[in-house]
Design a protein around this ligand. Structure first.
Ligand SMILES: [Zn+2]
Length: 401
């Protein structure tokens, strides 16, 4: 109970930025002595500070409490198919230190774990933050993840299974470790620190080599019974379409991912379309980024490929707007860097075809957190445990002082 009240109080201080003890007691339905005791504990560990004196409604002016964001730090890692991006941040997810490394080909499970440990060790060493000031480590892992056990069940881009991330890292660093699927971590990060701030219901779609989404429902991550909620990349948009990596045909990923974008370009070129892209001698060097660069130079074919990809993605997003009815849809990942080429066709499809007038106004916005969105999301997994008003929903409350 005590821990839960502490979380509720921290949540209120974080949410309001400045708040008095009396306000907390009122909003949290706690007695003033309970609030005083917990606040004293928080002041003692340095997590909270007393700031300026508030407005008085007669009588003594209340002292306001605020977060001491530089009192503790968090490590967050984004483990993709080709690289690890790691950050060490303060309690506002302000990045103090970042490290990223690329994987060598044919990585074993042991190699992966030692790479991860090296990144964390470098982050801590470079930042010069004392170990006692670290709250925990968050991991946004691509593929299927058991977030309760903290195990990466299947990492398709590395062809590795059953990686006991939580157990290994807790043993190594003696800190609480939280593991989530990367798209979900990304979604939580956007909800707390990005373009989803202030919204309780969001869908955040990561469009990279593949397409994954994280769903935030009533401020909580939604997993579904078997952890596959958000696998929008494998919703079928064309039953007669091409074969997907999952074995089915015509998944959204086959028409709207970074991989699909490159395939489409190669197809257009082999059909003899006149494009600056024809100058690329080795067609395997064509990337989404290159297509975007050529589109910006005015290449019609490159522009058209991006717009077509936006339209295909729009179909998938239209389905989910009608199905989940989020307040906002946030798009991140490599493909989102193509900006309005991709976003405009999506927005216009929603604006013309979503079911109701209100749904047609659903905003489609790019990620605010950029390349480190998933790493910041991984940091947020740790902060969620500390600051969420409903830690029970998470099923764990690991951080103790
Ligand atoms: Zn599929």
């Amino acid at each position: 109970m005590k821990s839960m009240n502490r979380s509720v109080i921290l949540h209120l201080i974080r949410k309001h930025k400045q708040i008095s003890r009396a306000e907390i007691a009122k909003k949290a339905h706690l007695t003033p002595p309970t609030v005083t005791n917990i606040v004293n504990e928080l002041l003692e560990v340095g997590l909270v500070k007393e700031s300026k004196v508030g407005e008085s409604k007669g009588g003594r002016k209340p002292i306001l409490l605020s977060m001491n964001s530089k009192s503790f730090y968090v490590v967050g890692l984004d483990i993709g198919g080709q690289k690890i991006r790691g950050v060490l941040t303060d309690l506002n997810a302000e990045v103090e230190e970042s490290v990223s490394i690329n994987f060598q080909k044919g990585l074993s499970k042991e190699d992966l774990l030692s790479n991860i440990k090296n990144v964390i060790t470098s982050l801590i060493a470079n930042s010069k933050v004392e170990k006692t000031k670290l709250l925990g480590i968050g991991i946004g892992m691509h593929g299927m993840v058991d977030h309760h056990q903290g195990v990466a069940l299947f990492a398709p881009n590395l062809q590795l299974t059953n990686i006991p991330l939580k157990k290994e890292l807790e043993e190594e660093f003696d800190l609480p470790v939280y593991v989530e699927n990367d798209a979900r971590a990304f979604a939580l990060g956007e909800a707390w620190f990005g373009n989803g701030y202030g919204f309780e219901n969001l869908v955040c779609i990561n469009v990279g080599i593949g397409i994954g989404a994280g769903i935030v429902m009533n401020g909580q991550l939604y997993h579904g019974k078997n952890n596959i909620a958000g696998e929008i990349g494998h919703t079928i948009v064309d039953i007669n379409g091409t074969k997907c990596t999952c074995g089915n045909y015509g998944c959204l990923e086959t028409v709207a991912s970074g991989r699909a974008l490159v395939e489409k370009a190669k197809e257009e070129l082999s059909n003899g379309k006149s494009s600056l892209l024809q100058d690329v001698v080795n067609k395997d060097e064509i990337t989404g980024e290159l297509i975007f660069q050529y589109a910006q130079k005015g290449d019609i074919v490159a522009k058209d490929i991006l717009v077509q990809t936006g339209k295909s993605l729009g179909v998938g997003i239209l389905n989910l707007v009608n199905f989940i009815n989020p307040e906002r849809v946030i798009i991140g990942g490599g493909v989102s860097k193509a900006g309005s080429y991709i976003l405009d066709p999506i927005q216009s499809l929603i604006a013309s075809k979503a079911l109701t007038e209100d749904a047609r106004k659903t905003e489609i916005v790019p990620s605010k957190l950029g390349n480190y969105a998933t790493s910041i999301g991984a940091v947020t997994l740790v902060l969620f445990d500390l600051f969420s008003a409903d830690p029970v929903g998470k099923g764990q409350l690991t951080i103790e002082f």
